[in-house]
Ligand binder design. Structure first.
Ligand SMILES: [Zn+2]
Length: 478
């Protein structure tokens, strides 16, 4: 007797990401019922076994798990490309913008960024930002998987604008408590929403941005609520300088004593971590979010992800923010991650294509605490998958023998625009390159209007003259 499936995807070059490699199945098929995968295997087997409501022919396509972006700041798409190629990126480029991004502008940026990422095959977005009305609602509307992290810091009003580099900044504990309370209220409202597609993480912005007592309070709340912590760790000389001045300790040792280093932590960046510190954090069970493009552009650093993995830790890829990166595209991150590490170690065998594809899928799923639900195509997991058109000129020819060239081309040649169909939790969000759950044109028009308004407000404030890129403007370089 035939089993029922809502969707049967057939004749694919199937990359399940099961096992230790990419789990390739020639002429592969995936059967989906409700939100879950009910079978994975050769097409001839599954078409006999299943009666499907809809059959999707994926001939000449690769089908793989939806990509995971483990660290984003979606509102910053509203300031795409205004803060790169400078020293002191946060203080000298981004800070003057921060105060003029209204909640409406932030939401317009989020919408732009979510759709950009979705069209490039990202199905799970770990987003870190100050919550604005409509943020979680947009994730629900579009149908992507969101792991949302409201910002918690105790910085005085105005944040970093006006702070002199090298000074120890004062804490505003009332602001820290307000942010903690806001994050917990957000978690109560949204953790587990939309049939579990929306989950919440707690996000102390960085160990130097919250008093020790409030860091401990966040840790207690996370443990009690079963929530992970998503935090920038050892990012930039600013943080280490603040930690040494305030506590006389570097970040990793400080966090270890504080009880922060365990599998509930997603540690972002680790740009300043030594190899020994990175290995210590990896052995604690914490996951790492590696933002190759962003950190390459804003800091000129290749973080110690290779060491982190050698020590047994899970590394996920993140696109960070479009003010500096300047795109939120995991295909781009896979390529940069492979290249940067080969260059760093002067060794072409480091981080091969199949390996970074794992960092964008199954390894990322483990790093963000969803390894039992997503990241591979296997029975019982959520049906988050993408169909990539291999007839694109830059992905042709497709060869299977004697060498199969698909994975290297997905990592080194694809741009993300070859993603044809996207499914999350058993529901198609994009078909034939067309978004089904959001109005792409309206989102772009709104983002353009909001971005122009933000830019006008920045330009009206004399502080903007101190922005590092003003010199490049004056010199005719932009
Ligand atoms: Zn970040």
């Amino acid at each position: 007797m035939n089993e029922h499936a809502d969707h049967l995807i057939i004749h694919a070059h199937l990359f399940t990401m099961q096992g230790e490699g990419v789990g390739y199945v020639a002429d592969g098929a995936v059967a989906v019922a409700g939100s879950r995968i009910v079978a994975v295997g050769p097409t001839p087997e599954l078409i006999v076994r299943f009666q499907a409501t809809e059959i999707l022919d994926a001939t000449d396509c690769a089908v793989l798990p939806g990509l995971i972006d483990a660290h984003m700041h979606t509102p910053w798409a509203i300031a795409r490309g205004v803060a790169q190629d400078v020293a002191h990126w946060m203080q000298k480029a981004l800070a003057p913008y921060a105060r003029y991004v209204s909640p409406e502008a932030a939401l317009a940026g989020t919408k732009l960024n979510v759709l950009e990422a979705l069209k490039a095959g990202t199905t799970t977005m770990v987003d870190y930002t100050r919550p604005v009305p409509g943020w979680a609602e947009f994730f629900v509307q579009v149908g992507v998987r969101g792991r949302l992290t409201p910002t918690i810091n105790a910085l005085p009003p105005g944040g970093m604008a006006g702070w002199r580099i090298g000074d120890l900044y004062p804490f505003d504990e009332a602001e820290g408590q307000r942010a903690i309370d806001e994050a917990m209220a957000f978690a109560r409202a949204w953790h587990g929403a939309a049939d579990g597609r929306i989950t919440v993480m707690l996000g102390p912005q960085a160990p130097d941005m919250l008093p020790r007592e409030q860091l401990l309070q966040v840790k207690r709340l996370a443990e009690r609520g079963g929530l992970m912590i998503h935090m920038h760790v050892a990012q930039g000389d600013r943080e280490i300088d603040q930690m040494l001045k305030r506590y006389g300790e570097r970040t990793p040792a400080f966090l270890q004593k504080l009880g922060y280093l365990d599998s509930q932590l997603l540690a972002v960046h680790l740009t300043e971590a030594t190899d020994e510190e990175a290995a210590m954090i990896a052995r604690s069970g914490a996951g790492m979010a590696l933002c190759s493009g962003s950190i390459g552009i804003i800091d000129g650093i290749v973080p110690p992800s290779y060491i982190f993995r050698q020590a047994g830790g899970y590394v996920a890829l993140g696109s960070d923010q479009a003010a500096g990166n300047n795109c939120n595209n995991i295909f781009n991150e896979m390529k940069l991650t492979a290249l940067f590490n080969k260059i760093k170690y002067r060794n072409p065998t480091i981080m091969p294509a199949w390996d970074v594809l794992r960092m964008a899928t199954i390894e990322a799923a483990h790093a963000i605490g969803l390894g039992d639900q997503i990241g591979s195509l296997e029975v019982g997991k959520e049906a988050d998958l993408i169909v990539v058109d291999l007839t694109a000129l830059n992905l042709s020819p497709v060869l299977d023998t004697p060498v199969r060239n698909i994975v290297p081309n997905l990592v080194y040649a694809a741009s993300g625009h070859e993603v044809r169909d996207v499914m999350v939790a058993g529901r198609f969000l994009m078909r034939n390159g067309r978004l089904l759950t959001a109005d792409e044109a309206a989102v772009r028009v709104e983002a353009q209007a909001q971005a122009a308004a933000v830019a006008r407000r920045v330009a009206a404030d004399p502080v903007h003259r101190e922005m590092a890129l003003m010199q490049a403007m004056a010199a005719g370089q932009l």
